[in-house]
Design a protein around this ligand. Structure first.
Ligand code: WTA
Length: 647
């Protein structure tokens, strides 16, 4: 674990704000009770919460069946996720409360009350059923951040058709890989979406993906958003508005098994192909609901805004499912944070009276760079809680967030979790926990996190190690779509019956966890996970490339930046080629995967057994002194790589 930094950062700590704690959803006493209830009788702890929080059509018989890596939670129970999110609120005063407040990048706005959102979801559920979509069929969503995306997600949940949301920044090949892997029958997209004043041509990307494959797809439903021209295939493509207009606003929801797959979400791993992380209904419902209530302190009066894209797990859990189950008002914004100017987020916060704001450290670092004048020119007094997710937050950014946005008054919740965990795992409880800048603090009640060494032994406080979760939890992934062996080997292959998160961490004397970042071949660029292998395969698919190795180097803004070392078969090692390769990767995966830097080399450093020495390349990319080179086959390569560096 030599690469894990264990130096202690100067620690400042912040006790819960008294005024906040007085009204918090969870008091210190309740928190202690939850922790001890989970300690005493783990299964009963979860069973009680599940009976209290969820609307069961049929009660469950067993709380947990655990045969690592496979878990079943609340076995025998039946429920419907869209009823959790919508129908239950229609019986109360929340019927006419805003469920979603949406703002488009051009400034257009839509507010949907719970009753209106319910009606739209029913219409779209009927629409999908009219196309022959049944429970269990997979539906791909490749959409901008518009209300129809939330409607489509909830309608899929309502009819039991697992959704696979594909981030709108992905390229046609990435769409094709995901759609083919899950054998989706239907794709929902839009003519385009707005980003920095430009139209992202989403339908065109879907067309390209379908031109080269995806035989399982029967229909493409297209939302009219930007009115840019689109290619049309009469036998396959249908406009959303034409399809939905004829549908009834009533839809009788079926109850599904607790373990019915709710969605698949692809995430990068250590091999070239992304993994389809499968989540089940009841356990995911319970944990996203509870964590929203505990960690965000979500209340009926709040206007809650999570700035993530629904294409990532954060958007699934904390724009849609968590907040709506709690009957909250959740904001959704379509566009860029700096359009038309760098104060767009603060302008939205002021105009809508946002009270809870959840974003990524990379965004916070961008705000810092853009200057305090932007947030200072807006009245942010409505904000009462701040959150971060996606990557380690550096203490400087944490302090800036606290001072400039939170005015030294708002608690900050730094939440550690993953696509695979479904919901937050390590995070402060705002009325209870003493926070420390840079630490996600402690595991939530019911979550058994630890830091262990290579043999699975818990390491001493202060020492670096691997982050693991020792007990199963309700919102854990159930499988990797179509690949149970990969599920077992990736997450449960290292330690028996213990979940391996892939992050390095250490715990300090106070029990606070410090997440050190990925220890596998995953790069975290602006909070987005990318596999080095994925980018390498994209590079070597270029006709001029012989071999490629991709590593990360620290980046002030993005957390990490991608550096690619490539060897050419032909062509010139010049800036034109660099640009061409960057564009090639953007076309193969998406702009987020574009290497920040491309370095040409005539050979890559390898061990005698032929393995690329990534650690060496990582050191070179970061401009550090290179580490141990004793296993290097040809030392002259290193000299040449380093001299490139000096150029
Ligand atoms: C990183 C995002 C430090 C971590 C919800 C994890 C974090 C990966 C934090 C998951 C945090 C997420 N502090 N690191 N608060 N939150 N990470 O699947 O490396 O997109 O393994 O889920 O992001 O990324 P994913």
């Amino acid at each position: 674990m030599a690469d894990i930094e264990t130096t202690l950062i100067e620690e400042r700590s912040f006790d819960p704000n008294e005024a906040f704690a007085k009204d918090a959803n969870l008091s210190p006493g309740e928190y202690t009770e939850l922790i001890s209830a989970a300690d005493q009788d783990y299964e009963n702890f979860w069973a009680d919460l599940a009976r209290k929080e969820l609307q069961w059509t049929t009660d469950f018989e067993h709380t947990l069946e655990w045969s690592p890596p496979f878990s079943k939670w609340f076995v025998g129970g039946k429920l419907n996720m869209s009823v959790q999110c919508l129908d239950q609120h229609l019986k109360s005063w929340r019927r006419n409360k805003a469920a979603i407040i949406w703002e488009g990048e051009p400034g257009d706005q839509v507010t949907l009350t719970y009753a209106q959102l319910h009606a739209e979801v029913c219409k779209f559920s009927n629409a999908m059923e009219s196309l022959g979509i049944q429970a269990g069929d997979r539906v791909a969503l490749y959409m901008p951040m518009i209300p129809e995306l939330a409607i489509a997600v909830l309608a899929c949940a309502r009819i039991g058709a697992p959704h696979s949301v594909i981030f709108g920044g992905f390229a046609p090949k990435a769409i094709r890989d995901r759609v083919e892997d899950a054998q989706c029958k239907l794709i929902i997209t839009a003519d385009g979406g707005w980003r920095r004043g430009e139209v992202l041509a989403l339908k065109a990307n879907v067309d390209e993906a379908l031109d080269s494959g995806c035989p399982s797809v029967e229909h493409v439903v297209v939302v009219e958003r930007t009115e840019n021209p689109v290619r049309w295939r009469e036998d396959r493509d249908i406009w959303w508005h034409e399809l939905v207009d004829q549908q009834s606003t009533r839809h009788d929801p079926k109850a599904f098994d607790s373990e019915h797959p709710l969605f698949i979400l692809y995430t990068s791993g250590t091999t070239g192909l992304p993994k389809g992380v499968v989540h089940a209904t009841a356990g995911y419902a319970l944990w996203t609901k509870l964590t929203s209530k505990w960690v965000f302190d979500l209340k009926d009066e709040d206007t809650y805004w999570c700035t993530a894209d629904i294409g990532w797990i954060t958007g699934h859990s904390y724009i849609i499912y968590g907040p709506l189950q709690n009957g909250a008002t959740t904001m959704m914004y379509e566009g860029a944070p700096n359009y038309p100017a760098e104060d767009r987020y603060w302008d939205i916060c002021e105009r809508h009276g946002v009270s809870i704001f959840y974003t990524a450290p990379t965004a916070i670092r961008a705000f810092m760079k853009w200057g305090d004048a932007h947030p200072m020119s807006h009245d942010l007094s409505s904000i009462r809680l701040l959150g971060t997710v996606g990557e380690p937050i550096n203490p400087e950014a944490w302090m800036w967030y606290r001072t400039v946005i939170g005015k030294d008054r708002c608690p900050i919740v730094d939440t550690w979790w993953q696509t695979e965990t479904g919901g937050m795992m390590i995070a402060p409880i705002p009325g209870v926990t003493t926070t420390v800048p840079g630490s996600a603090t402690a595991p939530l009640p019911g979550i058994d996190a630890a830091v262990v060494d290579a043999d699975g032994m818990e390491v001493e406080n202060g020492k670096g190690g691997f982050l693991v979760i020792r007990k199963p939890w309700p919102s854990m992934l159930r499988n990797v779509w179509g690949d149970p062996e990969r599920f077992q080997s990736t997450y449960y292959g290292k330690y028996e019956g213990v979940y391996f998160a892939g992050d390095g961490a250490r715990r300090d004397e106070k029990g606070n966890f410090w997440i050190m970042g990925r220890i596998d071949d995953v790069i975290n660029v602006s909070g987005h996970r990318l596999g080095t292998m994925e980018i390498e395969s994209a590079l070597v698919s270029h006709p001029n490339i012989c071999e490629a190795a991709v590593v990360a180097r620290p980046d002030d803004l993005k957390g990490q930046a991608i550096v690619a070392f490539v060897t050419l078969i032909s062509g010139d090692a010049d800036s034109k080629m660099k640009e061409e390769l960057q564009t090639h990767v953007a076309n193969e995966i998406g702009a987020i995967a574009k290497p920040a830097e491309i370095r040409f080399t005539d050979a890559l450093p390898k061990t005698r057994s032929g393995k690329i020495m990534r650690r060496l390349l990582t050191d070179i990319a970061a401009g550090r002194e290179v580490g141990d080179t004793t296993t290097l086959e040809d030392a002259s390569i290193l000299r040449r790589l380093k001299s490139d560096d000096d150029e």
